[in-house]
Design a protein around this ligand. Structure first.
Ligand code: TYM
Length: 332
């Protein structure tokens, strides 16, 4: 059995990195796998969220999944807090996760920054909840962007730790699926930083809610270097901005990076940026329009989530019962 689980946090705007690194790959995979796509609201509250904004963002991510081409009839789409097994399994798994494993997590170090003692327990335990998300469905494959690789290695380690502790072959070790030409989309303002929802500058990212003018303007203002574009892929080395923009173009047009370099060899950035803006608008505008259409009917979005929660809950509850049996919890 091949089953996919993946998720996105409902925190602020979805951006081009979420689309190219994750959702677009899910659309391709849904034909060949049983798919569960979650809106991970429990993860979102590891940093403070305004309640009304969290509710809106949860609907917005759901709308984005559907607008990008995820079929809500064929796939299970739901928000994490509606299925209790996630939080419950996270506790059980947390009890067999050594602190040393969590201390290695780079995302916690980045997010907690210098105020380590002020950071919440939830932020620290975040990767354990992520392991629970995947293992609650015995998912075999997890399609994500490059930045989630370390968390997925931990999820495999935790699955192995459970199986060893109880002498069972219960959890499969989930395989990361990190593929495509844009597994790590970088900021438009700094080619060495990841494009991110939490970056304060709106100019650093293209949001799925941006209109054509905003997209074109952000690309026009994107940081570049003073040279013309190289005539070989090797020529992109040490040119983070050129590499990022050409990688985005390759991903949006489904071409290889070699083909894109050949197409624009020796061109000025201004010429290339014009072409990039055109393809970005062509790919993203229909998605934005469909998201807006879906967001106008929150009741329909909620119906998708309710149906997904029922399906996901039934599956996860069944496994959780087996897990509690293995652990030795008495069901009197
Ligand atoms: P999140 O919400 O930060 O990101 C959602 C997905 O988008 C990918 N991504 C990117 N890909 C390429 N370039 C970028 N700049 C970029 N930024 C984000 C992420 O890799 C991710 O695939 N912890 C996860 C959510 C999660 C999850 C899970 C994922 C919770 N439980 C279980 C998989 C399985 C997160 O914060 O993603």
């Amino acid at each position: 059995m091949n089953r996919i689980f993946s998720g996105i946090q409902p925190t602020g705007n979805l951006h081009l990195g979420n689309y190219l690194g994750a959702i677009r790959n899910w659309v391709k995979l849904q034909r060949d796998f049983e798919c569960i796509f979650c809106i991970v609201d429990l993860h979102a509250i590891t940093v403070p969220q305004e309640p009304a904004a969290l509710r809106k963002a949860t609907r917005e991510v759901t709308a984005a999944y559907i607008a990008c081409g995820i079929d809500p009839d064929a796939c299970t789409i739901f928000n994490q807090s509606t299925v209790r097994a996630h939080a419950e399994l996270a506790w059980t798994l947390g009890c067999l996760t050594p602190l040393g494993w969590l201390n290695r997590m780079t995302q916690f170090k980045e997010k907690a920054g210098k105020q380590r003692d002020e950071a919440g327990l939830g932020l620290y335990a975040y990767p354990v909840l992520m392991a629970a998300d995947i293992l609650a469905y015995k998912a075999t494959h997890v399609p994500v962007g490059e930045d989630q690789k370390q968390h997925l290695e931990l999820a495999r380690d935790i699955a192995g730790a459970f199986n060893r502790r109880y002498g069972v072959e219960f959890f499969p070790l989930p395989e990361p699926q990190i593929f495509g030409t844009a597994t790590r989309v970088m900021s438009l303002r700094d080619g060495t930083r990841k494009m991110s929802k939490s970056e304060p500058s709106e100019q650093s990212r293209i949001n799925l809610t941006d209109d054509a003018d905003a997209i074109a303007q952000k690309i026009r203002r994107a940081k570049t270097d003073p040279h013309s574009l190289p005539d070989s892929v090797k020529g992109l080395e040490g040119r983070a901005e050129a590499e990022n923009l050409m990688g985005i173009y390759a991903a949006l047009t489904d071409k290889s990076i070699e083909a894109v370099v050949a197409e624009f060899a020796g061109a000025q950035f201004s010429t290339f940026k014009g072409a990039l803006a055109d393809v970005a608008v062509a790919v993203l505008s229909p998605i934005t329009a469909e998201m807006n259409r879906l967001m106008a009917d929150p009741g329909a979005i909620d119906a998708v989530l309710r149906r997904g929660a029922e399906r996901a809950g039934a599956m996860a509850d069944g496994y959780l019962r087996e897990i509690y049996e293995i652990v030795g919890f008495l069901r009197p």
